[in-house]
Design a protein. Sequence first.
Length: 361
Amino acid sequence: MKSTDFVVARSELQQCKVIVTELPDADALPPDALLVKVDRFAFTANNITYAVMGDELKYWHLFPAPTGFGNVPVWGFGDVIASKHPNVAVGERLFGYFPMASHLVIEAADVSKRALRDAAAHRQVAAPVYNQYARVTGDPAFEGHAGDLQALLRPLFMLSFLVDDFLSENADFGARTALLSSASSKTAFGLAHLLHSRGVKVIGLTSAGNAGFVSSLGCYDEVVTYDRVTSLAADAPVLFVDMAGSSALRAALHRHFGEQMKYSGRVGLTHRATEADEPVLPGAKPRFFFAPDQIRKRAKEWGPGGIDQRFGVAWAGFAPLLDKCLTVVESRGPEAVQQIYLDTLKGRIPPEQGHMLSLGA
């Protein structure tokens, strides 16, 4: 069998192409392996962050590609079309981390009623959360439009949930106000919802073109365009969660707020404008927030199912808001996938759109 894969040049993300790779026939699969047809997957600015951080955080290791190229990981759905595992049937539907491809071979392990893990050796270098697949056959929460929202927002909202949990655990570092850059992004929107819900004042920082959309979300107490950030009052403690990854913006905020900047967390890279060597800035030292670290910490403290239970409550409060602010757009075929990839890379996707893609015709 053959798989259609969409790959990008690791050193120049604008270079991309479609390749055909060989897959083992169903009869030739190794013991416990599954052949999965990738049905559909979400693509957002967060996937660009995966590509930018591909070497540093081992994302490029998850799905092998030709030398110099990488397969950007995506969240989506796949159907088992061949199985060598006695407890996984053909026709099962899985939700998890997939390549931008038409097929994937999974070495199934730790198979339980609700999930399984890909035990392929090359995938063990990344955090365990990226190797887990939920078994969602017949689950209405993962079907149709509800399923699209899960693929588009659930992984991003998990990041929002973990950042909020980290901030809450640390009493928001004594800050009275949270500043969120790239406020129109889905991760920022989710975090703003959580912060706002527990009484933190949230200021969304965004471009002039997205200011109207950000204001309409209802979870930002104030919306400020990037060219006006130094107009903000700097006489009270603030925390900054950076989804944009702009060195210039980060420097401007730190210099404006000085020692009132109590926390500066780097989460996203939507602007892809981070300089390699940044100067020492006033206030809290900027640090990268790595979600798997918080997952491991809370899994130990909260015990089995503790994260899922708390996240489920948070998701139940967030999901009803999505239909008001997000339109799901479906695109199929290699040309469509390439176009959405490039538009996302160049920041041309309207914030109110969520894209579900498939390399199949």
